[in-house]
Ligand binder design. Structure first.
Ligand SMILES: *Cc1c(COP(=O)(O)O)cnc(C)c1O
Length: 362
């Protein structure tokens, strides 16, 4: 075994997927399975499809390329770059768009490839990330998409919580329905998809507050980290599908306060230190290059993360019952950002538990 590594429990991914699919479908929603947090790790994506996802989505084309062999339609979540339009049409079946220039580039690429490329028009709902700024702009974009060859205008959508923290609500979800109705009536078209948002929308959905007609959610965090609105754990979902293991490379008794004249640390920060005297501590061979301290929870509740530089993580062992020695491993539950960093880090090996072929196929 090589360290550090991230161990992915595919049974937990499977169970989270099953639960989310059942919950969404009970509310008239067909969820799209988002894979970006694990860089579309193929075994994870395969497990999601095994559980029943009928579409996978990612923000990056390089990730979609990793799962090109999986036989379900794919969605590109991030607005396509004009420069990647050709590849977007190759690797995705549907793109979320908000710009005319992008629609034209996708249309040209689709025509060259003799394909129909699906588009969903994004509407700004208050979060201030992607989306047409007003209704006039969506109408313009819709008309253009109808006129362009190679494009299949499938619906409209919105995104929330990611940039501005704008919460999903009956109002902003209802706004999508109103908009769909206006577009359908005034342009004489059918828009089968209303893509309400991400895992954060689960909260209003399960409380029965999702307006009728919102029929797609794009969900990742729920599946991989078991979290929804405001990163709160969702009852009944596994929050520990991803566990990071790293090795102790030094164990020592040292003061809690650095000494000598103090400047800024490796990340330009100056901390306020509190003196707790000497403690038992260890250096673990993993760092900020591979994980995120805020979303790293030691499996051993007696271990406390004190801080880290790029390649070194310092932990306090004074409350642990276990006697960690050099060469021993320390394990951490990985939250969203740590999953992302670990899967992205070339220094972190990916291992699987309960692989897909051992799963019951029900
Ligand atoms: C990442 C992303 C999602 C999924 O978000 P989760 O919080 O992981 O469910 C949905 N839509 C878009 C546009 C995204 O970029």
């Amino acid at each position: 075994m090589q360290y550090p590594c991230i161990e992915i429990d595919l049974q937990k991914i499977y169970e989270n997927s099953r639960r989310a699919l059942a919950s969404c479908r009970a509310h008239g929603v067909e969820p799209v399975g988002v894979t970006k947090v694990c860089c579309a790790e193929p075994a994870v994506a395969e497990t999601m499809v095994q559980a029943g996802f009928t579409m996978l989505a990612d923000s990056r084309l390089d990730n979609l390329e990793r799962i090109a062999h999986i036989n379900v339609p794919k969605m590109l979540l991030r607005l396509p770059m004009v420069s990647e339009a050709e590849r977007a049409v190759q690797l995705a079946d549907v793109s979320l768009i908000s710009e005319k220039r992008t629609a034209e580039a996708l249309s040209a690429a689709a025509m060259r490839q003799n394909k129909q490329h699906g588009v969903i028009l994004m509407m700004e709902l208050g979060d201030l990330r992607e989306g047409c700024a007003d209704e006039a702009a969506v109408f313009e974009l819709a008309k253009l998409c109808i006129s362009l060859e190679g494009l299949d205008l499938q619906g409209i959508g919105g995104n929330l919580i990611c940039y501005g923290g704008a919460m999903p609500s009956v109002e902003n979800q209802g706004q999508l329905i109103t908009l769909r109705d206006r577009l359908e009536n005034q342009l004489g078209i059918k828009l089968p998809v209303v893509s309400g948002g991400n895992s954060a929308v689960e909260n209003i959905m399960t409380r029965g507050k999702l307006p009728n007609g919102v029929n797609q959610l794009r969900i990742g965090a729920m599946i991989h980290a078991g979290i929804g609105l405001m990163d709160e754990p969702i009852k009944g979902y596994h929050t520990d599908a991803y566990v990071i293991h790293a090795e102790v490379i030094e164990r020592n008794r040292k003061p809690t306060m650095p000494y000598g004249e103090l400047g800024t640390d490796a990340f330009g920060q100056k901390r306020d230190w509190i003196d707790y005297g000497e403690i038992e501590r260890a250096i673990v061979a993993i760092g900020r290059a591979d994980c995120d301290l805020e979303s790293l929870t030691p499996v051993d509740a007696g271990v406390k993360v004190l801080g880290a530089s790029s390649d070194h993580l310092i932990v306090d062992l004074s409350r642990s019952k276990q006697k960690y020695m050099v060469g021993d491993k320390v394990s951490f539950y990985a939250g969203y950002v740590s999953i992302l960093r670990a899967c992205m880090s070339r220094y972190v090996k990916v291992n699987f538990k309960n692989r897909i072929d051992s799963l019951a196929r029900n």
